[in-house]
Design a protein around this ligand. Sequence first.
Ligand code: 3PG
Length: 306
Amino acid sequence: MKRITVATDKPFAKEAIDQIREIVEDAGHELHLLESYKQQSDLIEVAKISDALIIRSDKVDVDVINADDRLAIVVRAGAGYDNVDLKAATNRGVVVMNTPGQNSNAVAELAFGMMIFMGRNKFAPGTGSELRAKKLGIHAFGNVGKYVARIAKGFGMDVYAFDAFVPKEVIEKEGVRALNSVEELYSSCQYISLHIPANDHTVKSINAKLLSLMPKGATLVNTARKEVIHETELLEIMEQRKDFVYVSDIAPSQKDEFESKFAHRVFFTPKKMGAETAEANINAGVAAARQIVKFFATGDTTFKVN
Ligand code: 3PG
């Protein structure tokens, strides 16, 4: 019998926990919960007494990984695993997995909620603008990017994408125009929706050089990670261009400066909420539980990222 802990600062919906419990207990394991914890030491303590962790954006650093020899697997119920120290995990032989695609629709829907909110003056009285016939550039065509493309077509947007790792045919099969470079994407599209991961190649890569290419009425939508933005250069661009709008599901480090200088042109959710739907919690949580049960039963490491 293994001890599997759901360790989430942002708790899953109750229905998700009920389904995770059923999967874990049916397989003969024990389920424990550590939710809305206040300090990192709580996560370290729970790692000491767990064989497996199911996490979200929780920080699984070297201290969590090395807490005890018992921990065998960490599954990030979601897409991005920049919150997990993969090197430390690999060194200790801990398997790390994610659950790709499971919460993507929720994130994609939020991107449109944000576009409409900003296009309609944050719902304050006054004339706004529509999404129909606007050019949308999808920066990275993974699972979220693909859902964004499908929804955008429903809005009648003109959809473009760039992804250095996805073949053009895959993008074009979705009825989206695949562009040749990131510069071409930014210079063609009034709306840019970011779906790149945060890693050594992408941190601060959304910089002034790229953003200055965007046409009039530029709106940058970030449901990815705050780290990919070069914040100082974005502040400069917004200073220079009164038409530039930035909306993000992850408040920037320089949030106060953005809000005080550009109150009407920025919006940040108080806490990352892209994947905060019951459906996404169920899909990602259940996938994580199944992956762990299968790993202990058969050694299966599908979705391993380290
Ligand atoms: C992800 O990478 O899956 C999303 O950013 C969602 O993150 P969350 O589980 O912390 O809400």
